[in-house]
Design a protein around this ligand. Structure first.
Ligand code: 13P
Length: 327
């Protein structure tokens, strides 16, 4: 089952005191958020204090990087055990700023992913092309190399415990966002790469976030795309209200368009799209409250590409199912 994951990457911003204040504001604002995983990634320096603020709340703690070794002479670095000890759940790995300024390679990304996973934390694996690479028509080649590199040697079970952040480098901190279509196209391509490595079911279960100048004004459009499962937010995460301005449409999207994200009623190993109910997909709309229908208005932005929605029982699982337009 795919989750919407919205994480704030605070990068090298905020003192410890400011981080504690922002974390408290996010916790208060996100108190009623239910169907989105919300995470914040302060600097290493502030992690332990912020851990105390988010403990017992629905806001999860993320780190911005990690080293793959347990300990030793690695000046300036922090190990996965140290992050685990203070309650970190997610670790951002392979961010383009790490790749550009600090020599991160696909191989170091892969080592970090394995280390983080071995301790039960979830890596957020960042990938994305530069403007030059996109202009030269190398988008797909770059994403393929990055995905293959990051997942080298990972089993399907391990792959299921990862999140990808597709962050086109040209959109990071520039105010220029990929259009909804550009982002969706890249996400679908990445999901296809995962399907090639692990099969459709696994690929359909891995959350792929978008990152790059995501803000409240463009979040709803991006999050309504069928392969965009959240966001990795930089600048807009530095204020609780703008961050929540992204979480809120994410939450709406999760309850009304969780269609492709909620492959339900399927026996493990069954292929998504094949069901016992003629014409109806195996993908089920999640009802926001028990017994109530999901938002199935055909003009709802999240439903534009959906066909009919109807109450059905598929593989013994009652719910609101959708029928793709072309079916
Ligand atoms: P901005 O949202 O500031 O563009 O940063 C995105 C990012 O790099 C998140 O990791």
């Amino acid at each position: 089952m795919r989750k919407i994951v919205i994480a704030g990457n605070w990068k090298m911003n905020k003192t410890v005191a400011e981080s504690v204040k922002l974390a408290a504001d996010v916790v208060a604002a996100a108190r009623d958020v239910r169907n989105v995983v919300v995470a914040i990634a302060p600097t290493y320096l502030a992690l332990a204090k912020v851990a105390e603020v988010v403990k017992g709340t629905n806001v999860r703690l993320a780190a911005q990087d990690v080293h793959w070794e347990n300990q030793g002479a690695y000046t300036g670095k922090v190990s996965a055990d140290m992050l685990k000890e203070i309650g970190v759940d997610f670790v951002i790995i392979g961010h383009s700023e790490q790749r550009t300024y600090f020599g991160e390679t696909d191989e170091t990304v892969n080592r970090k992913v394995k280390k983080v996973q071995s301790l039960g934390m979830t890596p957020i694996i960042c990938i994305g092309e530069t403007l030059a690479e996109r202009k030269e028509g190398r988008l797909e080649a770059v994403l393929t190399t990055q995905v293959n590199g990051a997942y080298a040697g990972l089993s399907a079970d391990e792959a299921l415990r990862t999140v990808i952040a597709y962050e086109p480098v040209w959109a990071i901190g520039t105010g220029v966002t990929a259009s909804d279509d550009e982002a969706q196209e890249a996400h679908a391509f990445v999901r296809g790469l995962l399907a090639r490595l692990y099969g459709d079911n696994v690929a359909q279960s891995i959350s792929i976030q978008y990152g790059g100048s995501m803000k409240p004004e463009n979040a709803a459009g991006l999050l309504a795309q069928k392969d965009i499962d959240g966001g990795l937010i930089g600048g807009a995460a530095l204020k609780a209200d703008s961050f929540l301005g992204i979480v809120t449409p994410g939450s709406r999207s999760a309850s009304s368009l969780s269609v492709p994200r909620q492959a339900t009623g399927l026996a493990p190993g069954a292929a998504a799209g094949r069901t016992g109910a003629p014409g109806f997909s195996s993908l089920r709309l999640r009802a926001p409250d028990s017994g109530s229908a999901p938002d199935a208005r055909p003009d709802h932005p999240a439903n534009l590409r959906l066909g009919a929605c109807a109450q059905r029982t598929v593989l013994g699982s009652p719910g609101f199912y959708w029928r793709p337009r072309l079916a």
